[in-house]
Design a binder for this molecule. Structure first.
Ligand code: URA
Ligand code: SF4
Length: 182
């Protein structure tokens, strides 16, 4: 584990620890407030993120921004990262070996940000951070305390594109953040 952002960022340059390195345009490391109290963890970059090098800047990201507006979360106040930093081809889910190879970077990001709350966006984030025994449908909207961090699993923003009801759930889950006493 690295003690500084500089060392961590340097360590990921030209990373070839998994096969996703072959197809990427950009490594999508993470963005936001490095001292954030709230961190959001997604799955992996899509086409727009791969092109721009920033998480959640495509369609799903726009929807997430809209939900942020509704509940009064400022994107620049939180920290946003993904389970894998390089785009899986055709937006497939990242495979197990890819997640395993990449997770140390995310663990190090969490150590450096030291968030009080982590919002887990979708099943891939939930299962890799809290464990395979967790399912998104039964866990979403719940507040799970573990080792001094509060976890809030919710739908992945891309799921909101397909289902209006999930938008309502998502906003409700984000509102839990506002009700927490920091
Ligand atoms: N979906 C994700 O999981 N992460 C992104 O950064 C963009 C879309
Ligand atoms: Fe490295 Fe992660 Fe990209 Fe794989 S996904 S090449 S482990 S940065």
């Amino acid at each position: 584990m690295y003690e500084t952002w500089e060392e961590l960022e340097k360590s990921i340059e030209n990373c070839n620890k998994c096969k996703l390195c072959k197809m990427r345009q950009n490594i999508v490391f993470g963005v936001g407030n490095k001292n954030a109290e709230v961190m959001f963890i997604g799955e992996g970059p899509g086409a727009d993120e791969d092109r721009l090098g920033e998480p959640f800047v495509g369609k799903a990201g726009k929807l997430m921004d809209m939900a942020f507006d509704v509940v009064g979360i400022k994107r620049e106040e939180v920290y946003i990262a993904n389970i894998v930093k390089c785009r899986p081809p055709n937006n497939r889910n990242p495979e197990e070996d890819e997640c395993e190879a990449c997770l140390d970077y995310l663990r190090n990001q969490v150590l450096l940000v030291k968030p009080k709350i982590i919002v887990l966006l979708g099943s891939v984030a939930l299962k890799h951070i809290l464990g395979k025994e967790y399912g998104i449908t039964s866990s979403r909207g719940k507040v799970i305390e573990k080792k001094g961090i509060t976890y809030i699993p919710t739908w992945h923003p891309a799921a909101l594109l397909r289902d209006e009801n999930k938008k309502i759930d998502f906003i409700r889950d984000l509102k839990i953040l506002q009700s927490k006493d920091f």
